[in-house]
Write a new protein. Structure first.
Ligand SMILES: [Cu+2]
Length: 276
């Protein structure tokens, strides 16, 4: 009897905690409201099932509690019940998976005209590369990485000469423009994550992964690493400034291009290194 009551309290308490909890997503700042919707659908389905199962257990504990002389009946098969449970479970699982497949299709389909930038993860800082005047990023190769060329740009690629490399600083992006983010890692697996953008992807050494999003409001957003990547993992923070086009262009103008910085002309930022 006491356990049945505890189960009811767990079900009611869980629902109240969810509804009244002050901890919820940060306000969204990108086009990925669909991702929030799929999570809400999953919350609803798993929430209803959780409450139903826990209350059913409480009901059974009360209804079939021990009484003098009462005996259990043995019923090994119940075709009807098994059909119902199979159908309801199947519909529930499909309802949780199907919206994710639709969103995934959108997530990997980059819109025409999206600008391309690159984010490089490294123990334990973020670096960024933006295309210069030609609007194209040059090629890169990990074998070109050196202290003067931290992202390993190809020095003979004409498209790379005007690329803007931001090492360990802020990333700026114009509001309202779709951006395709290419992701690389120089050492271990990292994962660039800005919670407000709702989009993230692992960056895997030896591969170029990507995601895309459209920033929908201006502001400064904190970036973090969502993949445990060593002792400095918690310090692997960065910030993304979303601003209007003219502010963005003004910022871009001030950044040194690859040719300038490899000739020792741009401001040199020392990489913060952590020791254990
Ligand atoms: Cu990391």
């Amino acid at each position: 009897m006491a356990i049945a009551l505890i189960l009811v309290l767990i079900a009611v308490g869980s629902v109240l905690f969810h509804v009244l909890s002050p901890w919820w997503w940060t306000p969204i700042a990108s086009n990925w409201g669909y991702i929030d919707n799929t999570i809400i659908i999953t919350f609803w389905i798993t929430g209803v099932v959780f409450v139903a199962v826990v209350l059913f257990m409480a009901y059974c504990l009360f209804r079939f509690r021990h009484q003098e002389g009462r005996r259990a009946a043995y019923e090994p098969e119940n075709k009807r019940l098994e059909w119902w449970l199979t159908i309801i479970t199947g519909v529930g699982v499909a309802a949780m998976l199907a919206p994710g497949l639709f969103v995934w299709k959108q997530f990997v389909t980059v819109p025409e005209g999206a600008s391309v930038i690159e984010i490089v993860g490294q123990q334990w800082q973020w670096s960024y590369r933006l295309p210069g005047k030609d609007g194209r990023l040059g090629t890169s190769d990990i074998r070109n990485v050196s202290s003067d060329n931290p992202l390993g740009l190809n020095p003979s690629d004409p498209h790379g000469q005007d690329d803007v490399v931001v090492e360990g600083g802020e990333l700026h992006l114009p509001v309202g423009k779709p951006v395709k983010v290419l992701l690389r890692s120089l050492d271990v697996v990292h994962d660039f994550y800005v919670p407000e953008f709702r989009a993230k992807m692992d960056m895997v050494p030896g591969a170029v992964t990507y995601f895309w999003f459209t920033p929908t409001r201006t502001g400064t957003f904190e970036a973090l690493c969502a993949e445990l990547c060593g002792v400095g993992h918690p310090q692997m923070r960065g910030s993304v400034v979303v601003e209007n086009e003219s502010d963005y262009q003004a910022w871009l103008e001030q950044q040194p291009t690859f040719v300038r910085s490899s000739a020792g002309l741009g401001p040199k930022v020392e990489s913060p290194r952590l020791t254990d």
